[in-house]
Design a protein around this ligand. Structure first.
Ligand SMILES: Nc1ncnc2c1ncn2[C@@H]1O[C@H](COP(=O)(O)OP(=O)(O)OP(=O)(O)O)[C@@H](O)[C@H]1O
Ligand SMILES: [Mg+2]
Length: 419
């Protein structure tokens, strides 16, 4: 028999047999499903004392990602899945950090995530066992690298068009990284200073530093900080622990200090799929690409769909609009390969009222917070931004972000937990 490991089973079926054996050891009766494996959301059903569990196995080299976890979770919520009391998603290669952050924040009660090892299933997420998180001893601190190891990823959020979500995307992407244990710096390059307003409590204060503490979602860990600075305040030497800098740009290119634009490793170009704007948008996006490239030769320029409407009745319209947009981008790729349209299947930001009303505290004087609040236990923006963070983490060649993919690096253990 093949040895369990990253995609090392000959096929999902042999892995499924291996998992079935392990379930039998745990006292479950198992039924292997046959039929069109591609059409099946699960390959195994197991039962024990009234529990009926759908098991899906993933035998990929890449870690199981947040989109795959969301898909299995949605399958469990279908009426046709009513006969299952829960579902197990078993991977041979483990789970991406955003995928784990997603389940640990959302805490679905009917889903378990496990990694198949030669010695049995190692649970990564179990709703019945919150302590599991704190016990994961192979998870290390994000902030371990010293100043010499510093490798900062600069992410710019820029487009020549105003009001398409640059500030919203910059802030919530920072939130998604903070949820995963990174302290993040948000540099507010827009003279409007919207980010500052959105991150301070006392709007009349002249000198309050805009910041937000994002609590850890795991017992025994401390959370992370998001700090908003202006261009003059940011100095790499003063922040040796920082790995991620996100720049919220002004739509007027000349208003953004060139020294920041030159540092971008990635430039996210948010756009909406508004029909009126699509022809124009193509224009705006190409102009945006050219602007960035005139100052920065290395950045990957990534067009991100914001305010995406995933209601089923919009499928056709979305497809046509995306095709139109893609045409503009493909034609520009002839002169510049390092630009792309992010496939909404990989990452997109859905239109969401919580994002629309984000910043309401400016009006009602309450504490600043991100639009990650849950409704019936779910947060669409949080899922979308974790997926966007995952997309960037998969792309990045920066060592610190890459490393986390292998070791499931997580937030720093708190002082109490370490004692
Ligand atoms: N996915 C979304 N769903 C709902 N509302 C959104 C979404 N993204 C952005 N918005 C709303 O759209 C408006 C414009 O967003 P934002 O201020 O982030 O754009 P911007 O590009 O930074 O604008 P500017 O060019 O003025 O700096 C805000 O009211 C924001 O709350
Ligand atoms: Mg803005």
């Amino acid at each position: 028999m093949s040895t369990p490991g990253n995609g090392q089973f000959a096929d999902a079926e042999s892995l499924s047999h291996h998992v079935a054996q392990q379930c039998e050891v745990l006292g479950y009766q198992t039924t292997q499903l046959s039929g069109n494996k591609n059409a099946l959301m699960h390959s195994l059903e197991i039962s024990n004392k009234g529990d009926s569990i759908a098991v899906q196995v993933k035998n990929h080299k890449a870690k199981t990602n947040i989109a795959q976890v969301c898909k299995f979770s949605e399958f469990l919520d279908l009426d046709s899945s009513d006969r299952f009391t829960s579902g197990w998603l078993i991977s041979t290669s483990g789970f991406s950090k955003p995928a784990l952050t997603h389940v640990r924040t959302e805490r679905p009660s009917n889903l378990k995530l496990g990694t198949c090892t030669p010695y049995g299933i190692r649970w990564n997420y179990d709703p019945q066992n919150a302590d599991l998180d704190a016990r994961d001893s192979d998870e290390t601190s994000c902030s371990q690298a010293g100043p010499n190891d510093q490798a900062i990823t600069y992410i710019g959020v820029f487009t020549c068009k105003g009001g398409v979500g640059k500030t919203t995307v910059a802030a919530h992407l920072a939130g998604a990284f903070a949820l995963q244990g990174y302290d993040v710096i948000l540099v507010d390059l827009d003279p409007e200073r919207n980010l500052r307003k959105l991150f301070i409590e006392d709007q009349s204060s002249e000198d309050e530093t805009a910041s937000l503490y994002v609590p850890a979602h795991r017992k025994g860990f401390t959370g992370s900080t998001i700090t908003v600075l202006n261009a003059e305040e940011w100095d790499e030497q003063q922040y040796p622990e920082i790995k991620i800098v996100i720049c919220d740009c002004s739509p007027v290119l000349n208003e953004n200090p060139a020294r920041f634009i030159r540092r971008f490793d990635y430039c996210l170009v948010p756009t909406t799929l508004s029909p009126l704007g699509i022809a124009k948008n193509g224009d705006v996006i190409i102009r945006t690409f050219r602007h960035i490239r005139s100052m920065n030769q290395q950045a990957d320029m990534l067009t991100l769909i914001n305010c995406y409407n995933d209601d089923g009745s919009f499928v056709r319209r979305n497809r046509l609009l995306l095709n139109a947009l893609e045409k503009h981008i493909i034609s520009y790729q002839k002169e510049d390969k390092k630009c792309e349209l992010i496939n909404p299947l990989d990452a997109k930001i859905r239109r969401n009222d919580n994002l629309l009303y984000w910043g309401f505290h400016i009006v009602d004087g309450t504490k600043p917070r991100l639009a990650f609040n849950e409704i019936f236990g779910r947060s669409v923006p949080r899922t979308d931004f974790l997926q966007l963070a995952e997309y960037l983490e998969n792309k990045t060649t920066i060592r610190e972000l890459k490393k986390t993919g292998d070791n499931q690096t997580d937030p720093s253990p708190s002082i109490e937990a370490a004692a």
